[in-house]
Design a protein around this ligand. Structure first.
Ligand code: NAD
Ligand code: UD1
Length: 332
C-alpha cells in the first residue's frame, strides 16, 4: 500500500515515515520544503534502507495534487503539511489560513477527485484552549486563542462536514500534546529555523552552548513548582500512534475518529530542564522571567480513548526523550 505523507520532510512527518516503512507501507512525500530540507529523506533511508519517493510541491497547488494522485495509486493520506508557529500566526494570520485551511481544502478536494477517502490529520491539543478540567478528554469543549489554533479548529470542522457529506470517509483527527525527542539513531530530529519557539529545542541549544540561558516563562502558576506543566510525548511514540490510526482507519467501513496522542503524564519546565541536564551531563542555566502571553498553566491528556480505539499507548519517558534529543543535537 502506498501512503501519501504531506509535510513528510518535517519533524513529525519524517519520524512517522520511519514507522510507516518499518510497518511495511510504501511512502510518497509531498512537501514544499518551506520548513525542512530534502536531505532528511536520505537520513530516513539510512534508518530504514528505503528512500521514500519525493515530490517537491505545495498542497495548495491543485495541478500538483492531480498529477500526484494520477501517478501513484494512493491508499491513504497522512496530512502533516502546514505552518505551526503560534507567535508568527498572530503576525501573519492570512498565511496561516492560506496554508493550513485553504491548503487542506485543496488536498481533501484532490482526494475526493481521486476517490481516496482515508485520512489521518495532524490536529493539536491547542484546540482545547485553557483547560476547564484535567486530564483533557476528547469531549472537552474546544476554543482557540490564536490564528494557528483557529486553523486547526476550522480543519477539524471541515473534516466533520466532509464526513457527513458523503459515505465512505475514514478519518482520524489526532490531537498531539507536546512532541519532543528524536529517532534513537540520532539521524533525524527537530531542526527549527532561527530561535526555537518551543521549550525543548531551546533547552537543547543551551546545553550545546549555542544559546546562553533558558528563559523560564513564569514560576507563579498554580502547579507544583510554579512553572508550566505539559504532557511531553516522544516523537517515535507519536509516529507509532499514526501507524495504529492508519491501521484502524483501513479496517473500518467509515468513521470519523478523534483521539488524543499524549502520555497522560505531566512535567514542569524545571522537570524537563533537569532531565536534559541528566541526558547531556551539562548544567543548563536559566532565568525565571514573566509568563509568556497566551500560555496556560497546565495541560495533559486523557489517554483512555487512544488505548481503547487504537490499542496504542506511549511507552517512552522524559529521560528517553531527552537522551534521544541530545544524541540528535550533538550529531556530527
Ligand atoms: P514541521 O514544520 O517540521 O513540518 C511541516 C512540514 O510541512 C514541513 O516540512 C514544511 O516544509 C511542510 N509544508 C508546510 N506548508 C506546506 C505546503 N503548503 N505544502 C507542502 N508542504 C508544506 O512541523 P511538525 O512539527 O512536523 O508538524 C507537523 C504537523 O503537526 C503540523 O500540521 C502541525 O501543525 C501539527 N502539530 C505539531 C505540533 C508540534 O509541536 N510540532 C503539535 C501539534 C500539532
Ligand atoms: C506550543 C504552542 C501550542 C502547540 C504546542 C505543540 C504556544 C503558545 N503554544 O505549546 O499551540 O500546540 O506548542 O508543541 O506556542 N517555555 C519556557 N521557555 C521557553 C519556551 C517555553 O519556559 O523558552 C515554557 C512554556 O511557558 C510552557 C512550556 O515551556 O510552559 C512548553 O512550551 P512550548 O514548548 O512552547 O509548548 P506549549 O506552550 O505547550
Amino acid at each position: 500500500m502506498t501512503i501519501l505523507v504531506t509535510g513528510g520532510a518535517g519533524f513529525i512527518g519524517s519520524h512517522t515515515i520511519v514507522a510507516l516503512q518499518q510497518a511495511g507501507y510504501r511512502v510518497v512525500v509531498l512537501d514544499n520544503l518551506c520548513n525542512s530540507t530534502a536531505a532528511v529523506l536520505d537520513a530516513v533511508a539510512k534508518i530504514t534502507s528505503v528512500k521514500p519517493d519525493f515530490v517537491q510541491g505545495d498542497i495548495r497547488n491543485a495541478a500538483t495534487l492531480a498529477t500526484l494522485f494520477d501517478a501513484y495509486k494512493i491508499t491513504a493520506v497522512l496530512h502533516f503539511a502546514g505552518l505551526k508557529a503560534v507567535g508568527e500566526s498572530t503576525q501573519k494570520p492570512l498565511a496561516y489560513y492560506d496554508n493550513n485551511v485553504h491548503g487542506s481544502a485543496q488536498l481533501f478536494g484532490a482526494m475526493q477527485q481521486a476517490g481516496v477517502k482515508t485520512l489521518v490529520f495532524s490536529s493539536s491539543a491547542t484546540v482545547y484552549g485553557d483547560p476547564q478540567h484535567l486530564p483533557l478528554a476528547e469531549d472537552h469543549p474546544r476554543s482557540a486563542a490564536n490564528p494557528y489554533g483557529h486553523t486547526k479548529l476550522v480543519v477539524e470542522d471541515m473534516l466533520e462536514n466532509l464526513y457527513h457529506s458523503e459515505a465512505g470517509w475514514r478519518m482520524a483527527r489526532l490531537r498531539y500534546f507536546n512532541p519532543v525527542g528524536a529517532h534513537p539513531s540520532g539521524l533525524i530530529g527537530e531542526a527549527p529555523q532561527g530561535v526555537p519557539n518551543n521549550l525543548m529545542p531551546y533547552v537543547a541549544q543551551v546545553a550545546t552552548g549555542r544559546r546562553p540561558k533558558v528563559q523560564v516563562y513564569g514560576n507563579d502558576y498554580n502547579t507544583p513548582d510554579g512553572t508550566g506543566v505539559r504532557d511531553y510525548i516522544h516523537v517515535m511514540d507519536l509516529a507509532q500512534g499514526h501507524v495504529q490510526a492508519l491501521k484502524y482507519c483501513l479496517q473500518v467501513e467509515q468513521e470519523l475518529l478523534t483521539v488524543n496522542l499524549g502520555t497522560g503524564k505531566a512535567y514542569s519546565v524545571l522537570d524537563m530542564i533537569h532531565a536534559f541536564e541528566q541526558a547531556s551531563g551539562k548544567t543548563i542555566p536559566y532565568d525565571l522571567v514573566a509568563r509568556r502571553p497566551g500560555d496556560i498553566a497546565a495541560c495533559w491528556a486523557d489517554t483512555a480513548l487512544a488505548y481503547q480505539k487504537l490499542g496504542w499507548r506511549a511507552e517512552k519517558g522524559i529521560q528517553e526523550m531527552c537522551n534521544d534529543a541530545w544524541r540528535w543535537e550533538t550529531r556530527s
